[in-house]
Every structure is written in structure tokens, then in C-alpha cells.
Design a protein. Structure first.
Length: 128
């Protein structure tokens, strides 16, 4: 069961769009508004951070929002979406979606499983 404090899919998409827009000035200050690994990693971390507070079903929306801003403002500048071919674009979209899905799936685990993973004990056996 998902916690009531998790964002819905629509809200996760909106938060991802706003966070992606907020990341652009930070990348501009760093001089990284160009297709480098720094910008790619920043958007992957952003997708993971939003995914951490989202439901797993929202991961495709979060990944798509990160891809839109990365493609439009980092790779092709000035908000113009471009297409570099199916392999690179699918790879970027998959990276952002996987980052969001990984953290949202981990956060959706029941609390005993998460605490057992941190302590290294079996979650399904009672503590002695």
C-alpha cells in the first residue's frame, strides 16, 4: 500500500516540470547548458529526487518531463526539441525514467523491508 504522503502521477509531472525549469539557471551559472555528462547527471538526479516522493506509476511522467527540458534547453538550446536518432533519445528517456522508477519503487517498499535492508537482517523473520 502506498503512503498517503506520496505525490500522485499528475502532481509528480507538475513538480518534475517545475524542478526541471528551476535546474536550468543553476546549469547556466555553472556553464553546463550544453550536452555534457554533468547536465545529464543533473537531470537524472532531479528525476530520482522527484521519483523519491512519487508513486511508481508516475515515473514515466517524471522521466518525460526531465527529457523535455534536457532535450529542449540543454541539447538543442532555446527550447527547440530536436531528434538525434532513436538510440540516444530513447537512452536519455530511459535513464531519466529508470532513475525516477528506482527511487519511487524503493520508497514504496513496506517499512519493515526497508529497515531490514538497512540493518542487514531478514525482513520476514522476527527479530530475536
Amino acid at each position: 500500500m502506498t503512503s498517503p504522503l506520496r505525490l500522485t502521477a499528475a502532481m509528480s509531472g507538475a513538480v518534475a516540470l517545475l524542478a526541471s525549469a528551476a535546474l536550468l539557471p543553476a546549469l547556466a551559472v555553472l556553464g553546463e547548458l550544453r550536452p555534457t555528462w554533468v547536465a545529464l547527471a543533473a537531470y537524472a538526479l532531479l528525476a530520482a529526487a522527484v521519483g523519491r516522493h512519487s508513486r511508481p506509476a508516475a515515473a514515466p511522467l517524471v522521466g518525460l518531463a526531465a527529457w523535455l527540458f534536457h532535450n529542449g534547453f540543454v541539447e538543442h538550446r532555446h527550447g527547440a526539441l530536436g531528434w538525434a536518432g532513436p538510440a540516444p533519445e530513447a537512452g536519455h528517456l530511459l535513464l531519466f525514467t529508470a532513475a525516477a522508477l528506482l527511487l519511487s519503487a524503493l520508497a514504496a517498499l513496506p517499512r519493515p523491508v526497508r529497515s531490514a535492508a538497512r540493518t542487514g537482517r531478514d525482513a520476514w523473520r522476527p527479530a530475536a
